[in-house]
Design a protein around this ligand. Structure first.
Ligand SMILES: *Cc1c(COP(=O)(O)O)cnc(C)c1O
Length: 346
């Protein structure tokens, strides 16, 4: 592999002189009169601009995630990092990206917004990745490969050996979205950053951390790529309320671990219970907090469940997911209500 960052980055981004905000210029702790940012002196503490690089949050994340702060980027959800990957690396109407299919929808939406060609490569019937098939779809204009493990909507982890083969066999950037890795026993690629100069791993507060509302996503990658993200992002992309709440959550890790254990236990209970239902054709293996289920008639069952006040995700129209519903693991009473409704379906 021959990874040259400068050749991958859009020339205008490589040359970009970023906006320098007041909080970048002065970082000392000693001052007590702040007249540099045209802030109001009233309404403390909401009057002050937040830390543009979220240093306290990153410091608290570092021991938990096993990654040092200079290899972290925090975004307004993972979605911000996904969009930044396009804006940093992909020249509109010229470059392309390759992605597994089916997978998370935002990779394609952001490609379309940025006018970047999106090349989906179907997984096999077990939703597994063939690295050679994926690499065969790349050409000299392919800047990024999108992988997601555990994958959404299939729920399974991609085989680590195949992911490694993609990372080693591609000269561009490989994103491994590990939004659901807290629900899996496999070693996350987040802990293997140093093996691959071209990897970007995504995590989020929206799933295991039970904080989708605060909009906080994490990208783990080399300090060089982090510097590019920091140059292009909005100066104050993570507001103070979100940073404060994240710090509070990070002080209660035991709670998050308890929730994860609970969800895994419920998952073990739900898989055989779903399998027993006559309307269920196949329950796909899952390493996430949801399960993909092939049923007799996904559209009819989806609408029936809505009438009963239970909402699941209808994936019937997604590639390889004909007649499939994606069902999130909820609390035990919620899961039981779903099972009871499905048992009564005629
Ligand atoms: C839910 C999900 C995310 C989370 O996105 P946020 O913007 O952080 O809420 C990211 N990737 C995948 C694959 C997901 O399913």
């Amino acid at each position: 592999m021959n990874f040259e960052l400068e050749k991958l980055v859009r020339p205008n981004i490589w040359a970009l002189e970023p906006y320098s905000c007041a909080r970048d210029e002065f970082k000392g702790m000693d001052a007590h009169v702040f007249l540099d940012a045209n802030e109001s002196p009233y309404n403390d503490p909401l009057n002050r601009y937040p830390d543009p690089l979220q240093e306290r949050v990153k410091a608290a994340l570092a021991p938990l995630k096993g990654v040092s702060p200079e290899k972290m980027f925090l975004g307004n959800g993972s979605d911000e990092a996904i969009d930044l990957v396009y804006r940093v690396f992909c020249e509109p109407k010229c470059d392309n990206v390759v992605a597994i299919a089916p997978t998370y929808g935002m990779y394609k939406v952001c490609a379309d917004i940025n006018e970047v060609e999106y090349r989906p490569v179907p997984l096999d019937e077990h939703f597994q990745l063939n690295a050679d098939h994926l690499l065969a779809k790349t050409d000299e204009h392919t800047k990024v490969i999108w992988l997601c493990s555990p994958n959404n909507p299939s729920g399974n982890c991609l085989q680590p050996d195949e992911i490694t083969k993609v990372l080693r066999g591609f000269n561009g950037v490989v994103v491994v979205d590990e939004a659901y890795s807290d629900f899996s026993d496999l070693m996350p690629f987040r802990l293997r950053l140093d093996e691959f100069p071209n990897i970007i791993v995504l995590n989020t507060f929206s799933k295991a951390w039970a904080s989708a509302s605060i909009r906080l996503g994490i990208a783990f990658t080399s300090p060089e790529i982090i510097a590019l993200f920091n140059k292009v992002k909005y100066p104050y992309n993570i507001n103070k309320l979100t940073q404060d709440k994240a710090l509070e959550m990070l002080g209660e890790v035991f709670k998050v671990e308890r929730w994860c254990t609970q969800i895994r236990m419920e998952r073990e209970h739900m898989l055989p219970a779903l399998q027993e239902l006559p309307i269920v054709k196949q329950v796909y293996p899952t390493d996430a907090n949801f399960v993909l289920v092939r049923v007799t008639d996904a559209n009819a069952i989806y609408h029936y469940l809505i009438q009963r006040g239970v909402v699941v995700r209808n994936r019937n129209r997604v590639q390889l997911c004909q007649n499939c519903l994606r069902i999130t693991i909820g609390t035990q009473p919620e899961n039981n209500e779903l099972l009871a409704a499905l048992r009564q379906y005629r």
